[in-house]
Write a protein that binds this ligand. Structure first.
Ligand code: NAD
Length: 347
């Protein structure tokens, strides 16, 4: 069995990956490198922290000694989740996104390249995004061959990291595979993102900000489906290749918020349309025939079902999100929406 090294395992998708990998015995051991930025949360990993196969390393990929940790750990597979991940924050502070998402990835790729001289067969999975392809109008889909056209500092930084990973395959013969995925949702997602923010605000009977007229369209994938997809890439993916993943669940933002309100039996009057995001991409849509054909992967969770599960999780994990929604999140909300956010305390 393989030794895994994960980056960003205290975040949303990475923590689901860590838990599933150990639960389903995908690996012999798992080392999780994370800088614990505002988005990293060790509570996400509570159920595995005492597992003897698991080890946490608090390290910043931008400045820490990545090379030594990679050398010491000798992984068979590296899965690179760590990133600054919120588009709105990339508009506020592009420099941090270029640093973490490009230089951080470069540092990790170099460490992998160095290890490769003694560890043949090392595999590197770069977690990229559908946003590298840019924005679609009402029709059309993104294929793996679609030319990149990123339009936000976030998507530019991810496109650079994506291409850098493939460049290391061609130039240094490192076995790299890229996974590009549509919008994930599920438990443990930081509340600044549309679905958790809308659930939490609806539960608090406070107005829910929706950009523009809410007509922008995203394809939603349940986080466990994406995590299962990454494991198929580790098992069957080909070096130098990219794989698209999607949920076959396209919805406009307003439809998503209305589904949440209906499920919680809250009124539509809670919706508050706010000034649109700068350069807001209109629509993303993934064609993932390649993953179906070559990896035998397909999404298994219907959006309605996954959304209900997610709502249930936030309802029964008040302590988790209340701890998070204090501090940094309140400050970010105020900067982004120009209004102070006061969340009600738990009764
Ligand atoms: N969430 C989505 O819908 C989605 C969709 C497609 C692709 N992705 C990609 O998947 C990956 C994970 O996304 P997420 O939503 O789980 O993100 P997240 O923001 O929830 O978690 C990111 C994690 O990376 C860590 N991190 C940040 N900077 C770091 C650094 N310099 N060194 C070490 N660790 C650092 C954070 O502490 C955090 O634990 C990202 O690469 C993102 O671009 C996300």
């Amino acid at each position: 069995m393989a030794k895994y090294l994960i980056t960003g395992g205290a975040g949303f998708i990475g923590s689901h990956f860590c838990r599933m990998a150990l639960k389903q015995n995908w690996c012999e051991s798992l080392v999780n490198i994370d800088a614990l930025t505002y988005a990293g949360n060790l509570h996400n990993l509570k159920e595995i922290q005492a597992d003897p196969r698991y080890r946490f390393v608090h390290l910043d990929l931008n400045s820490g000694d990545v090379d030594s940790i990679v050398k010491e750990t000798e992984p068979d597979v590296i899965i690179h989740f760590a990133a600054e991940s919120h588009v709105d924050r990339s508009i506020e502070d592009p420099g941090l996104f270029l640093k973490t998402n490009i230089i951080g990835t470069f540092n990790l790729l170099n460490a992998a390249k160095n290890l490769q001289t003694s560890k043949k067969g090392l595999r590197f999975v770069m977690v990229s995004t559908d946003e590298v392809y840019g924005s679609l109008e009402a029709t059309g889909q993104f294929f793996e061959e679609t030319p990149f056209a990123p339009r936000s500092p976030y998507s530019v930084s991810k496109a650079s990291a994506d291409m850098l990973a493939t460049a290391y395959h061609h130039t240094f013969n490192l076995q790299t595979m890229v996974v590009r995925c549509s919008n994930n949702y599920g438990p443990n997602q930081f509340p600044e993102k549309l679905i958790p923010q809308s659930i939490i605000f609806a539960l608090q009977d406070r107005s829910i900000p929706v950009y523009g007229k809410g007509t922008n369209v995203r394809d939603w994938i349940y986080v466990e489906d994406f995590v299962a997809g990454i494991q198929t890439v580790i098992a069957r993916g080909k070096s130098g290749e990219a794989y698209n993943f999607g949920g076959r669940s396209e919805c406009s933002n307003i439809e998503v918020v209305e589904m949440i309100l209906a499920s919680l039996k809250k009124p539509s009057s809670l919706i508050q349309f706010v000034k649109d995001r700068k350069g807001h991409d209109f629509r993303y849509s993934m064609n993932f025939d390649k993953a179906e054909r070559e990896l035998n992967w397909r999404p298994t969770v219907k959006f309605e079902t996954g959304l209900k599960e997610t709502i249930k999780w936030y309802q029964s994990n008040l302590v988790w999100w209340e701890a998070i929604t204090s501090g940094e999140y309140l400050k970010f909300y105020e900067r982004n929406y120009g209004e102070k956010l006061v969340l009600k305390g738990r009764s």
